[in-house]
Each structure stands twice: as structure tokens, then as C-alpha cells.
Design a protein. Sequence first.
Length: 426
Amino acid sequence: MTRIAELPNSDLQTLRDQVRAEYDAFRARGLKLDMTRGKPAADQLDLANEMLAFPGNRDYVTEAGDDARNYGVLQGLPEARALFAPLLGAPPAQVVVNDNSSLAVMHDCIVWALLKGVPGGTEPWSKPAFLCPTPGYDRHFALCEEFGIRMIPVPLTGNGPDMDAVEKLVADPSVKGMWCVPKYSNPSGDVYSDETIRRLASMQTGAPDFRLFWDNAYAVHHLTENRHEIANMLDACAAAGNPDRAFVFASTSKITLAGAGLAFFASSPANVAWYLARMFKRTIGSDKLNQLRHVRFLKDQAGLMRHMDGHRALLAPKFAAVDSALTKRLAGTGAATWAKPDGGYFISLDATPGTAKQVVALAKDAGLAMTAAGSTWPHGNDPLDSNLRLAPTFPSLADVIAASEGIALCILLAAVEKQCADRAAG
């Protein structure tokens, strides 16, 4: 298809009328579809239903002979730490097992840093700033906003953040942290290169207590047979002489049961000691029965990989359906570009600048709920009004196919109408 910007006025008006008619017909179908958040679908949760039978009637004794029903074992069961240590790239002694939400662990780390400071610092964080690779995860940005942390957007390159920009910005001693989703980033799908990880680990920072908030949320969430591996950030930091730089987070929320998973913290021995000292005042221990469930259900790394292959079989057709609909409607038009991620839960799409909010409004009018435009930027402020996050995991495949058709129509209509408006104004 000819690029919209290259069409003569008569052809552009014809295309506008045609796409508007198709959009009106789609809207008349009265669909109610939701592509807002990256939740697991029911059939994904079903993959872990067997776990609900664990532990059995008298199956609550740990490998160490402890009663998992009781208090204690603040750091988490040794067998759970051993099972999930490879997910975090840390030895089991440097892993802490928490209850279900890794976001809660990140929240605690920020609060404790603000109140108590972190190893390597001389005082609590005061008026800190965080670097925020964009497009990024709205929940990360919401945490910063909640605590008045200044956010500095940094562009992504496909191999992680623009490191030239990062290295300049971290010279400012007020920059205390940086969000990173290093594998299958939310929503761009970026996989951080070895060189990016090396530079993040070794860069000179103005703040001696600078921390990478390394959210490896999609470490095993592959959509293809190509299981990407990334360099070990904790090892890279130690080799660079910055062993305390990274706080590593992960969870099983999108592996087993989203509301009944396990969350993890891993870091250097000094950071783990700092974390456990704070945690000791907060709780007498996490849910060890749930830790046993995970160990006895997944068993080992091979079991974890088999389980994730089940997720991939359910999710890959949904991502393919989105790409197919976008390609059919938008390829060659110049109306949008989009990622084709090898893993994760999202598709990042850049629509024609100045149209993302209009796309979401058109979709809403047609019965399609989308994530708000701008949500992938700090404070919801996308300066180009172009980025959209598509979340195809939760709806059924049939609903994903229908929603993708409608979203592609909305993107095309918004682009054509903007081109018409720009020409009329010019």
C-alpha cells in the first residue's frame, strides 16, 4: 500500500471515507473487548492447577525437617531458593523468597532507601531521581510518583537503554536509581545486550549508593523456541568493582498463579543482609506452604522450562494474531511501527505522532478497551503522543483476533484523518 503521506488529496479523501465506513461497520458490531492489562488468561492459570493439591494432608515438612505451617525461615526455604536461584542469577544464599508480589518488594526497597539509606551511602536518600527507560512499565513510574522521585526518561535502542545518555545522566549525584526490565522489556520487548549490561555495571556514577532496580519479570517468558539469555548482572557488577549496584527482582506471578505466586529479591551479600534486617522488623516469615507448593509442582529447572513451554503454546498464537492484523492493515502505510517481541507480555506500537490518544478514543467508542495513551511514559506524558501498549494475553484467541482488527482500523483512521487535517491547515 502507498504511504498515506504520499497519496494525492483525492486518493487520501477516498481512503478516509473507506476506512471511516469500515470503522463504523466494526463499531456497529457492538463488541466489548479488553486489551488493557497483561494478565494471564484462565487457561494459563489452569496449567498450575495441580499445584493447589500441594502440600497434602501431612506433606508440610521441609527438606530441613521444619514444619512449613509455622513461623520462621525469614529468607525463604532453602529448597525454594535453590530452585529459583537461576532465575535471578544468584547463588541461593543471596536469594530471598517473599510472598506473591515483586512490585511490593520494589516498593519496600524504595521506602527503606528513603528512610534508612542503602549500603554504600552515608544517609537516607533525599530528593532522588531515577532514570526511566521509555517506553516503560507504568507501575514502576507510579512508584516513583508516589514517593516524589523525579523521573528522567531515557530512550531504548532495541538492545536496552541508550547508554551514552545513561552514562551522562548518572554523573549527577541526585540520580540514585534506574529501572531496568532487561529481558523482553515491558512493553518494547528489548533484550539487553552483553555490552549494555557491562556498561551499566561499570559506569561511573555520581551517587556512591546508586542502584539498578533490575526487574527480570520475563526471564523465562519466551514466545519462540529461541530462549534468549542475557549476561548475569550480579556477576558483571562484582567484576566491575560495584558488587552492591544491582537489586534483582522476579516473581512467579506469570509462571504459576498470578495472585498466589512467589516474589524474589537477590543481590550482593551486603544488600541481602540490609534487606533481611529491614524485613525482620516487617514480618516473621513469608508463606512457606506456598513455597513448598512451588517446589513440589515445578521440581527442577527442566520442570520449570516444560511449564513455560505450556504458556508459550497458548500465548504465541495470540501475538501472531496481533502482528497479522497490524501487517494486513498497516504495512507500507507509514501509519505505525510495532515490535515483534520474542517474549514477554506486550507489544509496543508507535502510531503516527499526535494520534495515540485519538486511537484509544476511537477504540473505546468501538467497544475496545486499550491501555491509556501515554501510560508507558513517566507521569503519563508521551511527548509525541504516539506510543501504545497492546496486551494480548488475557482475552481469548478469538477476541484477540477481533480486537486486533479493530485496533488496526483505529490506528489507520486516526493517521488518515490527521493527514487530512494537516493538509487542510497547511
